[in-house]
Design a protein around this ligand. Structure first.
Ligand code: SAM
Length: 242
């Protein structure tokens, strides 16, 4: 990580600021996610789940589950699998719970408020772990990844989706204009927290990507690490095994 990027200019820790920011945006989060990604995020999530399916997991952890989009998608695609979603923001979890109430998948999804860096879960517990657009927000990235490693059974995978910066002309230039100027402007219009979408741009700029993020996963103990660039490298899927 080049520097610690926080949403607000306050002395509160990154973790406190992140919790506040996601509590503020929770109500409009799903709507803005679909709008700003033009729905492409769904294809990225589907790709992760396809990779996860190959491991035939019984119980998956969805860390930084937010409003539980990925957890819900996983529950639908993997009908034998249980999913535990954990998130720092109580409001995001509340919206996630609303989305699953009265649905049959509710029996297989539990959603809990918690912290990626300190989980109240025993070692070697899950058959798979996934994090979609969450690791960038961790206060201590290596610590968070080490915790994810600890709660996985040996040989089981961690899969991470995170924004990356495309390198190909003209996608690189177009993406930069969209992400830096257009996306924060739309975010300001619709979101209750104008800082959130400026933070999104700044945090993606500062975040390690491709081989650099893979090296941090390896440092946290993951083996057989690899990454796949999705949609010209706008997003990357990182996979490693305990
Ligand atoms: C961009 S949202 C992604 C939500 C969801 N995974 C998705 O794909 O829509 C990032 C989420 O990470 C959560 N988060 C950030 N730091 C966290 C931490 N240390 N432990 C647990 N959740 C965290 C935030 O509260 C937020 O809900």
């Amino acid at each position: 990580m080049k520097k610690v990027v926080k949403p607000y200019e306050s002395s509160a820790s990154k973790k406190e600021q992140i919790r506040t920011m996601f509590d503020n945006v929770a109500g409009r989060y799903d709507f803005l996610n679909r709008l700003l990604s033009l729905g492409v995020d769904i294809t990225w999530r589907k790709r992760l789940i396809r990779e996860m399916k190959a491991y035939q997991p019984n119980h998956i952890l969805d860390m930084a589950t937010g409003t539980a989009d990925l957890a819900i998608m996983a529950a639908r695609s993997l009908p034998q699998t249980r999913i535990t979603g954990i998130d720092l923001s109580p409001n995001m979890i509340e919206y996630g719970l609303k989305k699953i109430e009265n649905k049959d998948i509710k029996q297989r999804i539990e959603l809990i408020v918690g912290d990626s860096e300190k989980m109240n879960i025993e070692d070697d517990h899950f058959d798979g772990a996934m994090v979609a657009f969450g690791v960038r927000n961790f206060e201590n990235l290596t610590k968070g990844l080490m915790e994810l490693h600890r709660v996985l059974k040996p040989g089981k995978p961690l899969m991470v989706l995170e924004f990356s910066k495309p390198t190909i002309f003209p996608v690189k230039q177009l993406f930069n204009v969209y992400f830096r100027y257009i996306l924060p402007a739309i975010g300001k219009l619709f979101s209750k927290d104008p800082k959130a979408y400026t933070y999104l741009y700044e945090s993606v700029q500062a975040f390690p990507e491709y081989d650099d993020f893979q090296a941090i996963m390896e440092e946290a103990g993951f083996k057989r690490c690899r990454w796949h660039a999705l949609t010209f490298g706008i997003c990357s899927l990182y996979i490693g095994e305990k």
